[in-house]
Design a protein around this ligand. Structure first.
Ligand code: AMP
Length: 371
C-alpha cells in the first residue's frame, strides 16, 4: 500500500519537475492533492453579498471559518456585488453597501496581509469565466436548483437569467482561483455540488484536468444553519428585521427582538418535544451561551416547567456579550474610509494576478489565442 502510494507520488513529482523546469510559471499545474508534498497551500475562496448588514448567520456560517482559514491557506474572500444584482437590480448605494461589508470583514478579523480581500466586480475575469462556464450549463439542471425555485417564488416579477445562472457565477468565483475549500453555510451545499459539476464538465470537455473539485467547508462537523427569530427558517437579510440579528445590533434593539421572538405556549407535558421555533431559540443559545446555561434550560424544558421569559432574557444577555465588542469594532472600522480604500485597492491587485493567470490558461485550453 505504502509502496504503491510512493510510486505514484514519485512518478508525479518527476513529471511535475519536468513542467517546473520547462516553465516555472506553470507551477499551478500541480494537482491540489499533491500540494502538501511540494509546499503549496490549498486555495480557499468564499464571498458574501452586499445586500445588507452582516448577521449572525453570515458570521457562524461563513466568517468564523474565514478567520481560521486565512492563517493556514491561500485564501480569497470577496464581496459579491455582481451577485447582489440578481435580487437587487437597482441598489440604492452599491458602493456604500460594498464598503460596509468590507469594513465588517476587517472589523471581525480578516487580515489583508494574510488573505486576499476584494470586490467581485474588480475582477472582470469573473465575468469572462462565467461566460465560458455558461456555455456548458444546462437549463434543466439550473431550473432544478432549490434557491432558484425559492427566489422565483419570492420575486415573481423579476425571474431574471442571472437568478437562473447564479450557481454558474458562483462556480466562476471559486474556479477563478482554482479554489478547493469553500467555507459556506448549509444553504450553499447544492451550489457547491453544481460548481463541482461545472468544473468536471469543463475538464472532460477539453480533456484537461485543469480545475480541482471544490468542496463546501466548515470546521464544525456539519455545515451550519443559523435559524431566524420568527420560526420560519434560516436567518437571512431578506427575511426582515424581526427575524435577523445583525453583528452591530444595538443592545436595546437586540433585547426587543429576542423578547419578541416566536416561541410557543410551553411544553404540553414533561418530556414533550420542542416546537420548531423553540428549537431555533435553543440553537441560537447554543452559539453564544455557556454549556451549563444551555443545560439548565434543556432540563427545565424537559421537566415541562421552562419559563420562556427567563429563557429569552438569558439569551438576550448572552447575545449582547457576544455582539458588544463586534458592534464597537464595526463602528470604528466603518469610520476609516481611507484605510478601507487602500485595502480594497491592495486586494484587487492581488486577486487580479490570480484571476488573469487562470483566464489566460482557460482561454488557451479552449483554443482562443492570447495576444
Ligand atoms: P449571503 O448573505 O446569502 O451572501 O451568504 C453569505 C454566506 O453566509 C454564505 O456562505 C451563506 O451560506 C452564509 N449564511 C447566510 N445565512 C446563513 C444562515 N442563516 N446560517 C448559516 N450560514 C448562513
Amino acid at each position: 500500500m505504502a509502496l504503491h502510494k510512493n510510486t505514484s507520488l514519485i512518478r508525479f513529482l518527476l513529471s511535475e519537475k519536468r513542467i517546473i523546469r520547462l516553465n516555472p510559471f506553470r507551477f499551478h499545474q500541480i494537482q491540489p492533492r499533491f500540494c502538501k508534498f511540494v509546499n503549496m497551500k490549498e486555495v480557499v475562496v468564499s464571498g458574501i453579498r452586499p445586500t445588507g448588514k452582516l448577521h449572525l448567520g453570515n458570521y457562524f456560517g461563513a466568517l468564523k471559518n474565514f478567520l481560521r482559514l486565512q492563517q493556514q491557506f491561500d485564501s480569497y474572500f470577496f464581496i459579491a456585488d455582481y451577485h447582489s444584482l440578481t435580487t437587487h437590480p437597482t441598489p440604492g448605494d452599491l458602493s456604500a453597501s460594498v464598503k460596509r461589508v468590507l469594513a465588517e470583514y476587517i472589523a471581525l478579523g480578516l487580515d489583508p496581509e494574510q488573505c486576499t480581500i476584494y470586490f467581485q466586480s474588480d475582477l472582470p475575469e469573473t465575468a469572462e469565466l462565467y461566460l465560458f462556464l455558461n456555455m456548458n450549463a444546462y437549463l434543466g439542471e439550473l431550473e432544478r436548483v432549490t434557491s432558484f425555485k425559492e427566489k422565483a417564488r419570492t420575486q415573481p416579477n423579476n425571474i431574471n437569467a442571472g437568478l437562473l445562472t447564479y450557481p454558474v457565477l458562483m462556480a466562476a468565483d471559486i474556479l477563478l482561483h482554482r479554489g478547493i475549500k469553500v467555507p459556506v453555510g448549509k444553504d450553499q451545499e447544492q451550489h457547491l455540488e453544481m460548481a463541482r459539476t461545472f468544473a468536471n464538465r469543463f475538464n472532460r470537455l477539453y480533456n484537461n484536468e485543469y480545475f480541482p473539485e471544490p468542496q463546501a467547508f466548515s470546521f464544525e462537523q456539519n455545515l451550519v444553519k443559523v435559524p431566524g427569530l420568527t420560526g420560519t427558517g434560516k436567518m437571512s437579510k431578506s427575511a426582515g428585521e424581526a427575524d435577523t440579528i445583525y453583528l452591530d445590533e444595538e443592545a436595546s434593539v437586540l433585547n426587543k427582538k429576542i423578547m419578541r421572538a416566536v416561541s410557543d405556549s410551553g411544553p404540553s407535558e414533561p418530556g414533550a418535544p420542542k416546537s420548531v421555533p423553540v428549537q431555533n431559540l435553543f440553537d441560537l443559545m447554543g452559539l453564544v451561551s455557556a454549556t451549563d446555561t444551555i443545560q439548565f434550560f434543556e432540563d427545565s424544558h424537559k421537566a415541562g416547567n421552562i419559563r420562556y421569559g427567563d429563557f429569552k432574557k438569558q439569551l438576550a444577555a448572552d447575545m449582547e456579550i457576544f455582539i458588544a465588542p463586534l458592534r464597537d469594532k464595526i463602528q470604528t472600522t466603518l469610520g476609516d474610509e481611507k484605510r478601507l480604500n487602500e485595502i480594497a485597492k491592495f486586494g484587487a491587485e492581488k486577486a487580479r494576478a490570480s484571476a488573469q493567470k487562470t483566464i489566460r490558461e482557460v482561454r488557451e485550453i479552449i483554443g482562443f489565442s492570447n495576444r
